[in-house]
Design a binder for this molecule. Structure first.
Ligand code: C5P
Length: 233
């Protein structure tokens, strides 16, 4: 995998026109572009097509969670669009995880499970009946997802090293909350530099605002790719 194929830029924008500006700007610099709930709700499959037309891979971040049959149908639809990565919630539980794995079988779509959203703290988890330390729930849900054939996990920089140690090498770890040294944290409580995340076992690094808010986004993306390449060496 080329270093730039490890860099994921989220198209966190409200419409296709704005997305196209970023796609044109970053195509060739960033290997993967992420289409999330906002853009997909506004623009639908055209957003995925615009990403593919640029030559980048598409990460469709829909965090699916529904009954098994509905999730499986959605996964088949995403696979027909040819998305390379698609997120589902691990709390959807075994039957649904098996159903989505079967639905993606034979396609190029790799499924990634979200364990515990990083916006949930221990109090919020207790409020929905999930008592106990969030880290234990992350580990439990990660193992559950992998056991049911999910290809990878989305995890915070704080969770990455422990998951890398406890899971097989071929489980993809996708890590947001990446901040190059000296950049603003924004609302991310737990952050790591690209080099550190990579050394701790992250396969894909999601970097949004440090690129989007940079004076020169292309230069910012190139610097991150260079840091990934250095950590690979
Ligand atoms: O780099 P920046 O903080 O702007 O990246 C934000 C992106 O990462 C968003 O697309 C968001 O959905 C995603 N993300 C996150 N924290 C998580 C999981 C995903 O910020 N725990």
């Amino acid at each position: 995998m080329q270093p730039r194929d490890r860099l994921v830029f989220p198209l966190d924008v409200p419409d296709l026109e704005t997305a196209r500006v970023w796609i044109d700007r970053l195509a060739g610099e960033v290997g993967v572009l992420k289409v999330g709930l906002e853009l997909f709700t506004a623009a639908g499959p055209d957003a995925v097509r615009a990403v593919h037309a640029s030559g980048a891979k598409c990460f469709l971040d829909l965090k699916l969670h529904d009954i098994s049959a509905t999730m499986a149908s959605a996964v088949r639809a995403a696979a027909r669009l040819g998305v390379e990565y698609l997120t589902v919630h691990a709390v959807a539980a075994p039957a649904a995880l098996t159903a989505v794995r079967d639905a993606a079988d034979g396609s190029k779509t790799r499924l990634l499970a979200v364990t515990v959203l990083t916006s949930l703290d221990a109090d919020e988890l207790t409020a929905i009946g999930l008592a106990g330390p969030p880290a234990a729930a992350v580990e439990r849900l990660a193992r559950l997802a992998v056991r049911h054939g999910i290809d990878g996990l989305v995890c915070s920089p704080e969770e990455c090293a422990a998951l890398r140690r406890s899971l097989a090498d071929d489980v993809l770890l996708v890590v947001p909350g990446i901040r190059p040294a000296g950049s603003e944290r924004g609302d991310q409580a737990r952050v790591a530099t690209p080099g550190r995340a990579r050394r701790e076992g992250a396969d894909l690094l999601v970097v949004g605002r440090p690129i989007r808010h940079a004076d020169d986004p292309v230069a910012a993306a190139r610097a991150i790719v260079a840091e990934i390449a250095e950590a690979n060496a």
